[in-house]
Design a binder for this molecule. Structure first.
Ligand code: CAA
Length: 258
């Protein structure tokens, strides 16, 4: 499918979705949000795709929700349309792993979009922030909720109340991102990670994603029970037999997603 605000490329089972609204630093307007949900759902359904990378430009992953588009909206309009609820739910429902490869600004809805992915690899020029307070609003797609779970209350309050930006180094130290690499190496690093994931059993990768995400929703005992049940269920798959046999036979596993 061709998109107005995205470039989509599939190679070696990795689908790379690049946000492409350079004139607005990839601000998330309604066209981009709709197209992004469609592209992610298409990748999730495609047999050709085993892992997804979401990225932006060297200057901006995304500078937030589109302020021009939002500025004149009324409470009744945003409440009635449930602004951003459907995008949050549709992106959170993607079952294949999604890596956010972030360079430049990831602000407001941009930081929230990166946090909706499964993990974040940052370029050393990345800047994260929840500056919505400067616009007279709070964050609206997880900036007060997911960010707090990533970095803890004190830093989340700091980010959301002052609107200051966090460097990639601070974001890694705080647990928001998993790795920081030189900006020029960002896509190489993200693609390498995606290809590693694409070599695994997709069934297992989806089960891992589901189990880790449950840890955000459940108390420890319930989470451990969920994990144990998922772990037990993997023994019903051919990929478990193949993975363990391959280890014992000292060869590469040939997973078939069965
Ligand atoms: N919405 C719409 N347009 C945006 C935008 C946004 N969030 N961010 C940047 N742009 C546009 C600018 O208006 C500008 O367009 P024009 O050339 O037509 O004027 C263009 O992108 C380039 O931006 P700047 O000239 O401002 O670039 P800069 O390098 O000087 O500054 C920046 C970069 C610090 C990221 C600055 O653009 C900025 O502060 N952007 C807004 C960040 C922000 O507040 N994000 C939160 C949005 S609200 C939100 O996301 C709510 C939510 O939780 C859902």
């Amino acid at each position: 499918m061709a998109f107005e605000t995205l470039n989509v490329d599939i190679q070696d089972h990795v689908c790379t979705i690049k946000l492409n609204r350079p004139e607005a630093l990839n601000a998330l307007n309604s066209v981009l949000v709709r197209e992004l949900c469609e592209a992610l759902e298409e990748a999730d359904a495609s047999d050709k795709v085993r892992c997804i990378i979401l990225t932006g430009s060297e200057k901006a992953f995304a500078a937030g929700a589109d302020i021009k588009e939002m500025s004149e909206l009324t409470y009744v309009e945003v409440f009635a349309s449930n602004l951003f609820a459907s995008a949050n739910d549709r992106i959170a429902a993607i079952r294949k792993p999604i890596i956010a490869a972030v360079a430049g600004y990831a602000l407001g809805g941009g930081c929230e979009l990166a946090m909706l992915c499964d993990f974040i690899i940052a370029a050393d020029n990345a800047k994260f922030g929840q500056p919505e307070i400067n616009l007279g609003v709070t964050a609206g797609i997880g900036g007060t909720q997911r960010l707090t779970r990533f970095v803890g209350k004190s830093k989340s309050m700091d980010m959301n109340l002052t609107g200051r930006f966090m460097t990639a180094e601070e974001a890694e130290r705080s647990g928001l991102v998993s790795r920081v690499v030189p900006a020029k190496k960002l896509m190489e690093e993200a693609t390498g990670a995606a290809q590693k994931i694409a070599e695994k059993s997709l069934l297992t990768a989806m089960a891992v994603k589901e189990a880790v995400n449950r840890s955000y929703e459940l108390p420890l005992n319930e989470g451990l029970l969920f994990e144990r049940r998922v772990f037990h269920s993997m023994f019903a798959t051919e990929d478990q037999k193949e993975g363990m046999a391959a280890f014992l036979e000292k060869r590469e596993a040939q997973f078939r997603d069965k």
